[in-house]
Structures are given as structure tokens and as C-alpha cells.
Design a protein around this ligand. Sequence first.
Ligand code: CP
Ligand code: NVA
Length: 305
Amino acid sequence: MKKDLLRMHDLTKEDVAGILDLADQMKYDLRHGRAHRHLEGKTLGMIFEKASTRTRVSFETGMYQLGGQALFLSANDLQIGRGEPVEDTARVLSRYLDGIMIRTFAQREVEDLARHASIPVINGLTDLAHPCQVLADLMTVRERLSALSGVALCYIGDGNNMCNSLTVGALTVGMSVSLAVPAGYDPAPEVLTFARTFGDRFRLLRDPREAARGADVVATDVWASMGQEAEAAARRQAFAGFQVNDDVMALCAPHAIVLHCLPAHRGEEITAAVFEAHADSIFDEAENRLHAQKAVLSLLLSAKN
Ligand code: CP
Ligand code: NVA
């Protein structure tokens, strides 16, 4: 594996398999009272420029369970929030910590941090990517459908960070991907360029019903992401019809599972009925953040020294 996890592009199919195998083992062992203390004495710094429930709690708990500790660092309280350069922050934190997790707006900031840090940097969400969430999503798919290769994923909604990382991650592990995204809200150009190298395994559609037909997995995400609050009303109009509801579910495979990274807006990207009918897979997905990230932390942070 590379030093950092900044985007799903950083992981090969073999890397993902290795992470998910370790995550499955850690989940099983945790349930059976067996601890993995791979990170005794190690410290993860967690820089947050955006809100979080799952990412903060799963990383912090994960470090604790691995024998290490995590520091919550609000960007508002760091000198970085007052203009200290990222390259200086990276070099200073590398003298104290064993790894950095960062949630921010610009992917560029995360890339700069990683380039100047001698310790691993993990992307905990940017406007472009959410790789940790997608590892948990793939873990959930494998757990529920016993396979990744050949599984048909449909994503309905905004071509945002989740759409970008799910598309790259799912194609990397051998799934097919059908996106239903309104015109003007497409995934990042680099994601489309990558996806189009997979031929028929990738489709960018404008009709959710066409994308859903025969799908094994249906995923969605909010219409307005963090930082886009001012666009929420315009987005509600643009995304009307791009909803995971009973009509869409009726077109999927009978065994289809639903994924949502959360938080969810019932009545917008997903109906309350579909959400509750598939709450088991959605909350497994949330739980799997813990296990998948413990695997990533173990592999990246214990590689140092
Ligand atoms: N899915 C996810 O990343 O949730 P949080 O924003 O609560 O961390
Ligand atoms: N697309 C959402 C994901 C939240 C986990 C956002 O960026 O706000």
C-alpha cells in the first residue's frame, strides 16, 4: 500500500481485499472479545474543518481499541485556521504523531499535507472523495452478498464525493456501476475518465429507473453536501425525481441492498419507507466504518518505524 489514503485511486484491488479481510477478522474478533493492539503507544491526529459524527467517533474508538489514542483537532483551534501554511503544519505534526486523519473542503489541502508529512495521511472526507466510507460500503456489500466482482451497483443522486469514491472503488474491485445523476451534477472529470476505461461496466445515465434495473446494490447520498447549504433549495429542484423510493426498488434485484453513508434526509434522496426497510444494511454500513478504518490504521500506522 501507498503511505497515504487520499482517494480510492490510491488502492489496488489487492489492497482493498487485504483491508477488507483484516476488517472482517477484526470485526469477528471484537465480537468474540479478542483485541488487536497493533498500535500501542501510537497517536493519530484528527483535523476537522467540517462536522462529523461517524468519522470522528469511529476513528477515535478505533485508535483506542488498537491500543493507541486519537487527538481531536478542530481546524478553528489550530494555527492552520489562522493561516499557518499546511506544509509547516505537516512537518510539525510529523514530529509528534504517527498518523493524521483530515476532513476538509479542498482535496488539494489533503494532498499538500500528505506531501509534506513524513507520516501517513488519511482522507476523512473532502469535497472530492470519501475513501474511508467507501471501504466500509464495500465491506458491507461483501458481507451481505458474499461477493464484489460481478455485483451491480446503482447510485442515484449527486455526483459528489460519495459518488466519486464509490464509482472508483466499485469498478476497482470488479463491480459494475450505473449512475443516475442529473445533468450539471456529474462526478469529477478525473473519475469519469477513469470510469470510462471500464467499458460496459460503467454507465452514466439521467434516468434513475434505467440505472436501477436489476441492481444488486442501491446507494444514494444527500442532495446538498457540507459547504453547499446555500444551494439547498436549487438542488431540491434539480434532484426532484432522483430519489430512492419503492418504485425504484421494485426495479432492482429482489435481494438488493440499500447503502447510505448518512446523515440521511428522508423525503429527499430516500423515502422513510425505503430507509427503514433497509435500516439493517445501512447501520451495518455505519458500523463497518469502525472495522474498515481499524484495518487501514493498522496497515498504515504500523508500517512506520
Ligand atoms: N458518513 C460520514 O462520514 O458521517 P459523518 O459525517 O458523521 O462523519
Ligand atoms: N456528501 C456528504 C457526505 C457526508 C458524509 C457531504 O459531503 O456532506
